[in-house]
Design a protein around this ligand. Structure first.
Ligand SMILES: Nc1ncnc2c1ncn2[C@@H]1O[C@H](COP(=O)(O)OP(=O)(O)O)[C@@H](O)[C@H]1O
Ligand SMILES: [Mg+2]
Length: 227
């Protein structure tokens, strides 16, 4: 089976890219898959997280993490991908050479948006990036979802409406709420599903996102990345 390469990106810092990339890598590894996490952000959040995770867990991180930057994101991933079943690439929050290089080799592009106007305003830019990437990577699938959803108010619905309006991206209806467990887990080198005591809502949300993207058995017929 061909390696599934997923890029978590966007042009906004703090939208939750590293949180989502690390949690997806952890869930894929927990499912017994061979996973490479590529840190393509020069802030190296995914690398720092993985180092913490390695020291916090006797069994190690459960996946392999490498840092790549610039055009090497493309060439490095092309070289390493055949050795793994899944590659997850965490990018920085700007339109960089690294992010474009990642987009040129991936199967899927996953973009979290916080439901506030400044974040959603980057949608046009992201939409353009996807269309441009498809000129070299025509099979690229792109997904948008809401991260840090507000517990109340109209902002979630308004953001969802906007995200649904862009034909370049498929809107994933199962987003993540704004929950302390995501930060608490990261601070201990854990995935949110591994945190104890568990936040069941945060865990369910992350599993639903994972299931939407990768778990063919749970949602038959869905247009999935791993299918
Ligand atoms: N769903 C969420 N709920 C609460 N905090 C979150 C959530 N997602 C991310 N965060 C927090 O927001 C901050 C930025 O997240 P991060 O994943 O580093 O974003 P990015 O990689 O896009 O810059 C971190 O402190 C992280 O713990
Ligand atoms: Mg990050």
């Amino acid at each position: 089976m061909e390696t599934v390469i997923t890029v978590v990106g966007g042009t906004k810092g703090g939208s939750g890219k590293s949180t989502v990339a690390t949690n997806l890598a952890i869930l894929l590894a927990a499912a017994g898959l061979d996973v490479l996490l590529v840190d393509a952000d020069d802030q190296e959040t995914a690398t720092d997280f993985t180092n913490l995770r390695e020291s916090a867990r006797p069994g190690g991180a459960g996946y392999t993490c490498v840092a790549l930057t610039g055009p090497a994101v493309r060439t490095g991933v092309q070289r390493l991908a055949p050795k793994y079943q899944h590659v997850v690439i965490d990018t920085g929050g700007r339109d960089t050479v690294s992010q474009r290089a990642a987009l040129s080799v991936c199967s899927a592009y996953l973009v979290p948006f916080a439901p506030r106007s400044f974040d959603v305003w980057t949608l046009d830019k992201v939409s353009d990036l996807v269309e441009e990437a498809r000129t070299v990577n025509p099979d690229l699938r792109a997904f948008a979802f809401i991260n840090k959803a507000d517990p109340r108010g109209n902002e979630n619905a308004e953001a969802a409406e906007l995200l649904r309006s862009r034909p370049a991206l498929t809107f994933i209806p199962t987003g993540l709420g704004s929950r302390k467990a995501f930060g608490a887990a990261a601070a201990s080198g854990l995935g949110v599903t591994e945190l104890r005591p568990q936040d069941p809502k945060a865990s369910d949300e992350m599993r639903a996102l994972y299931g939407y993207l990768f778990d063919i058995s749970k949602t038959p017929g869905r247009d999935q990345v791993g299918a």
